[in-house]
Ligand binder design. Structure first.
Ligand SMILES: C[S@@+](CC[C@H](N)C(=O)[O-])C[C@H]1O[C@@H](n2cnc3c(N)ncnc32)[C@H](O)[C@@H]1O
Ligand code: SF4
Length: 375
């Protein structure tokens, strides 16, 4: 099983928290799409013929593509890879790009899962984050997606916003669950240095995210999600049974994936590589038949640390047996002995040799992760 990620590096507006790679200039959009389709062909041997089970259009803003543009990229993938008929094909969309016709067209080209970046159901928050859409468009986008025939829907929300009351966050989550969604990704606001919020924070004109607010919001989120029958299968991801994202699980379970487009990264089971984060340089290189990337072959310790980082956040946990088999008994013993203090304090459980975070442990997940790292 393998996955393909396609990065669409354009946005209409700069959201103040966002550190993803994108450009607001769409001058090169047409040639970019041709280059992405061409890169898929150039990389046709990267996954060694493995069957593709998930395709993910992320960004940036994939919903800035016309459906025939998305189709062009998909056609190149179908032509060059062995894509399973039941693949999960996700498309990230911004609420204000969604119309009934757009959803119907996306469905017709094979998109079967939508991930809508809602962030908040309140206009003041959206305005503060410099989002393009209104709260009403947040609601309408989910309703239209269902009407248009794509009902496997994820929405993204952001919590921990400075000054956001618990009641307001509660309404946000309740609004999410009042809609027909199958999946919710809720991310703690992170202030990245090279963003507008990072700049505000440095200048002292914005409050930082408070740990207490973050914890209150997170506990509320878990409670409401579980009341609605959503399973928390990863710290930030909740889904109804049968709707866990296949694509994300691929990343967390160290499966192979190919990333296409500027800034996309790939893993072939042995090495990792990253495409350049610059649209014009990406285009000029692809036009010269050369993929612009950097590559590294992680050593055993880095691979072990990567495994800890991704596995500990999931409901399946970190598998001590797997560590023993892949990295050796010394790694397994190191991990087990470092985990012991957290097991004693009730932050981790050890079920059949799998280390799983408890609710309390999730609140200090980063600390636990770094304590299990090998340095
Ligand atoms: C690739 S981004 C956005 C996809 C799409 N362009 C959109 O804006 O709706 C995926 C998600 O990451 C989350 N995100 C991005 N930057 C974040 C940050 N600094 N803090 C918290 N969440 C963030 C947002 O919820 C966002 O919807
Ligand atoms: S959050 Fe989405 S729309 Fe906003 S800048 Fe980032 S990628 Fe673009």
């Amino acid at each position: 099983m393998a996955g393909i990620y396609i990065h669409i590096p354009f946005c209409r507006k700069v959201c103040f928290y966002c550190d993803f790679h994108f450009s607001v200039s769409i001058r090169n959009k047409k040639v970019m799409i041709n280059c992405i389709a061409k890169e898929a062909e150039m990389q046709k041997y990267y996954l060694g013929g493995d069957r593709i089970k998930s395709i993910y259009f992320g960004g940036g803003t994939p919903s800035m593509l016309k459906t025939n543009e998305a189709e062009k990229i998909l056609n190149s993938i179908y032509k060059n890879f062995d894509v399973d008929n039941n693949s999960e094909i996700t498309f990230e969309a911004n609420p204000d790009d969604i119309t009934l016709k757009y959803i119907e067209d996306l469905k017709n080209i094979g998109i079967n899962r939508l991930s809508i970046g809602i962030q908040s159901f309140f206009d003041d928050d959206l305005h503060w984050m410099n989002r393009r859409h209104t709260a009403q468009q947040s609601f309408d986008s989910v309703i239209m997606s269902n009407e248009g025939g794509i009902d496997n829907i994820n929405i993204d929300l952001i919590y921990g916003i400075p000054g956001m009351s618990n009641d307001k966050w509660k309404s946000n989550v309740e609004n999410a669950f009042s809609l027909k969604i199958k999946h919710l990704s809720a991310y703690l606001l992170t202030i990245e240095p090279k963003t507008v919020f990072g700049h505000y924070l440095k200048k002292g004109i914005m409050e930082d995210v408070s740990e207490d607010t973050a914890i209150d919001h997170y506990i509320l989120l878990k409670k409401l999600a579980s009341e609605k029958g959503f399973i928390q299968y990863e710290i930030s991801n909740f889904a109804l049974p049968g709707f866990f994202s296949l694509h994300n699980q691929g990343y967390w379970k160290s499966k192979k994936y190919l990333g296409i487009g500027p800034s996309a990264n790939s893993f072939d089971g042995i090495s990792r590589q990253w495409n350049i984060k610059n649209n014009s340089e990406y285009i000029s290189s692809i036009l010269k038949d050369k993929i612009p990337f950097n590559k590294e072959i992680p050593g055993k310790m880095e691979k072990y640390n990567d495994y800890i980082l991704t596995s500990i956040r999931t409901m399946w946990g970190t598998d001590l047996e797997l560590i023993g088999n892949f990295y050796g008994e010394d790694y397994k013993n190191y991990c087990a002995s470092n985990a012991e203090q957290f097991i004693q304090k009730g932050y981790l459980t050890n079920k059949e040799n799998k280390l799983i975070l408890t609710g309390e442990g999730q609140l200090i997940a980063d600390y636990i992760t770094s304590s299990l790292f090998m340095t």
